[in-house]
Design a protein around this ligand. Structure first.
Ligand SMILES: C[S@@+](CC[C@H](N)C(=O)[O-])C[C@H]1O[C@@H](n2cnc3c(N)ncnc32)[C@H](O)[C@@H]1O
Length: 386
């Protein structure tokens, strides 16, 4: 880790505070914290977690770049799919995990140009710090549309329209599991003698064990195979079974269908940390100063949603989905040989190319009461692979 940029003294002090808080939680839990609880504290401990404190996070000055931060064309392409779903359900959008608010601004401006503004654009984000950033972004970029935007404190009991989540599911706390032949172990975190953290395993139980057994039954896992199971992501998708009346969830994230997720070659899992544009696999490094994520098992997401009474409406690679939404036409509308065009073309390349974000990222639409095919999945729908 010595090659990573050194944090400021204030950042180190912040990290030490979170570390102390996690140590207290470990003691309170009897000396052992499931990794999912550890990850939740790293990201969302009130006032201290990576997302709940004031770190820069997104963009070139932060730790990672998400699609909406790369180009407004992402939101513009997405707007076409959002408009179609609204026309088939209700003129409302709810964005969950809205980050800097960039996607909300781009989407609203694009929907305005299409003449299909939603009556309400709701945002739900766990982070009070990001909520402020979202308000600022929208006030700067689309002040005339701000009145349509509202911030929620929890998921609505009933909703019709489009629920949008870009890179939300990968940021939900996941459990870590080791399959050792007949035995299934859960990985947890304990304190070490130097005041840091170390791994410790115990037998998995309850719903985690049931989920791990199901995966073992359908995948070829060598003894010692280590990976993640996100019960939180499954539960989040299932929540919509009783909340979504008519409409669709559009979930965009990096991940795979189950047989690729739990592939023999991915025997150390997908846990990834991001610190100032460096990716590594050590979640104990600088608690609170780095993002910690896992890839999404899209088979588990649709299975949970399906069990809750929702339908799969489409599943495609991000590249294919954005092409179906006319991203290249949108690029062609920018005057060639201008700095704007060069910037946009480079971002579009990254979003579409299979070896960049085009293939690793997927788009899944899950819904209820939507008749007719969705335009974003018109070509290259891979639902059969789930
Ligand atoms: C990786 S960021 C993605 C942000 C943004 N969508 C983007 O693409 O730039 C994850 C976002 O989800 C939010 N978040 C995480 N868990 C959440 C939850 N359970 N409910 C609402 N927001 C959540 C975080 O605060 C953060 O804004």
């Amino acid at each position: 880790m010595s090659q990573l940029p050194a944090p400021s003294p204030e950042a180190l002090a912040h990290s030490a505070r979170l570390q102390a808080e996690i140590h207290r939680a470990i003691v309170q839990q009897g000396g052992w914290l499931p990794f999912a609880n550890f990850m939740e504290m790293l990201l969302y401990a009130p006032g201290l977690g990576y997302y709940t404190a004031g770190a820069r996070k997104f963009g070139s000055a932060g730790d990672f770049v998400t699609a909406p931060e790369m180009t407004p064309l992402f939101g513009q392409a997405l707007a076409r799919q959002v408009a179609q779903i609204m026309a088939l359900s209700a003129p409302r959008v709810l964005e969950v995990g809205a980050g800097s608010g960039r996607l909300a601004a781009d989407l609203l401006l694009a929907l305005e140009r299409l003449g299909q503004l939603p009556e309400r654009y709701a945002i739900l984000d766990l982070s009070a710090d990001l909520r402020q950033r979202q308000q600022q972004t929208l006030a700067d970029a689309a002040p005339h549309l701000l009145a349509r935007v509202e911030w929620l404190d929890h998921l609505p009991d009933e909703f019709s329209g489009v629920v949008l989540a870009n890179e939300l599911l990968d940021a939900l706390p996941a459990h870590l599991v080791r399959w050792d032949g007949e035995e299934i172990r859960e990985c947890g975190v304990v304190g070490d003698a130097a005041g840091g953290f170390m791994w410790n395993e115990r037998a998995a139980g309850g719903s985690l064990l049931a989920a791990a057994r199901e995966i073992a039954d359908s995948c070829d896992l060598e003894p010692g195979y280590l990976s993640e199971i996100s019960l939180a992501a499954r539960a989040w998708a299932a929540e919509w079974g009783h909340r979504l009346q008519r409409g669709a969830l559009l979930l965009i994230d990096y991940g795979f269908p189950r047989h690729e997720y739990y592939h023999p070659q991915r025997s150390a899992g997908t846990l990834m940390c991001h610190y100032r544009h460096h990716a590594h696999g050590d979640p104990f490094y600088l608690p609170g100063l780095q993002d910690v994520t896992v890839h999404v098992d899209f088979t588990a997401i649709i299975a949970a949603a399906h069990a809750a009474g929702l339908d799969l409406l489409g599943y495609a690679s991000q590249g294919q989905f954005l092409l179906n939404c006319g991203m290249l036409d949108l690029l062609a509308e920018i005057t060639r040989d201008t700095p704007d065009y060069v910037r946009a073309a480079s971002a579009v390349g990254k979003l579409l190319m299979p070896h960049e974000m085009g293939e690793l990222f997927k788009v899944m639409a899950i819904g209820r009461g939507i008749d007719g095919g969705l335009s974003g999945f018109a070509e290259g729908d891979q639902s059969r692979r789930l």
